[in-house]
Design a protein around this ligand. Structure first.
Ligand SMILES: NC(=O)c1ccc[n+]([C@@H]2O[C@H](COP(=O)([O-])OP(=O)(O)OC[C@H]3O[C@@H](n4cnc5c(N)ncnc54)[C@H](OP(=O)(O)O)[C@@H]3O)[C@@H](O)[C@H]2O)c1
Length: 260
């Protein structure tokens, strides 16, 4: 973004900031002068000098505690939390393939990571009387794909409801809570998936993309969102320019969700 977001000097925790949407958010906030701590299970081989990295699995209670302690110690508190971590590793096969273990994994990764980090860091935000929390949900919570992402979609729906409740509780204390709900985003992992589908179907990369878009019922825009577009939206939402935006969910999906 070319206009000043007024974010210089703010302190942000961005989870999942080494790939995909999270990496774009780290880059955008960095460019806006934000001091950033980010997390992933594996730290990149070539970390950026001015970004603090914490290796932790935020799908576990211990991992969240490690990250929250590091944020409080090394950043001295946080003004912005962007909970990006999420995803699905469940096998295909519909409801019958979803064991208790698969359900628990989906909830730990997509819901409890945000719940635990917010719970650990909100007291310091409340004490300072200001802060912004972004939860990255997914259009799948209203447009689930039953073959393999039922648990993921349900966990994102829980994250969305949790976010709404949290916003009602903490907005009067100066903390905004906003959900960002992407449709398909063309991350490195999405590119690999499109290439794999293209190979299997004897088509090219654009053909692979078409297969994914058809599985979503089509994208009126004709393409997935770019990670940078999601990051630009999040950068605006965490900035003082979005000071009146809280308790809501902003969809960025090129028109994929067919209603409302
Ligand atoms: N891509 C899409 O089309 C799409 C669509 C809708 C919603 N979303 C949502 O957008 C968010 C980002 O998705 P993405 O596709 O950009 O993800 P991605 O490319 O798979 O990157 C995930 C990031 O999170 C880290 N991570 C994953 N699990 C973790 C864990 N348990 N503990 C700590 N770090 C972890 C990864 O690093 P390590 O692997 O090293 O841990 C990586 O930095 C997710 O919440 C996803 O549900 C994505």
């Amino acid at each position: 973004m070319s206009f000043d977001l007024g974010l210089s000097g703010r302190r942000a925790l961005v989870t999942g900031g080494t790939k995909g949407v999270g990496a774009a958010v780290v880059q955008s906030l960095r460019n806006a002068g934000v001091k950033i701590m980010t997390t992933a299970r594996t730290i990149p081989d070539m970390p950026q000098d001015d970004v603090l990295y914490v290796a932790a699995d935020v799908a576990t209670a211990e991992g969240c505690q490690t990250v929250a302690d590091a944020a409080l110690m090394q950043l001295g508190g946080v003004d912005i939390i962007v909970n990006v971590v999420g995803g699905s590793s469940a096998p295909g096969g519909g409801f019958a393939a979803l064991t208790d273990n698969e359900w628990q994994n989906a909830l730990n990764q997509n819901l409890m990571s945000a719940v635990r980090l917010d719970r650990a860091l909100l007291p310091s935000m409340i004490e300072q009387g200001s802060g912004v929390i972004i939860h990255v949900t997914s259009i799948q919570h209203e447009l689930p794909l039953p073959e393999s992402t039922t648990a993921y979609a349900a966990a994102k729906a829980a994250l969305s409801t949790y976010s709404k409740s949290l916003s009602k509780e903490v907005t009067p204390k100066g903390i905004r809570v906003v959900r960002v709900s992407p449709g398909w985003v063309e991350t490195e992992a999405a590119v690999r998936l499109a290439e794999r589908l293209a190979d299997q179907s004897g088509t090219d990369y654009e053909g692979g993309k078409q297969i994914i878009m058809q599985s979503l019922g089509g994208i009126p825009l004709g393409r997935p969102a770019r990670p940078q577009e999601v990051a630009d939206l999040i950068s605006f939402l965490v900035s003082p320019k979005a000071a009146s935006i809280t308790g809501t969910e902003i969809v960025i999906d090129g028109g994929t969700v067919p209603t409302a």
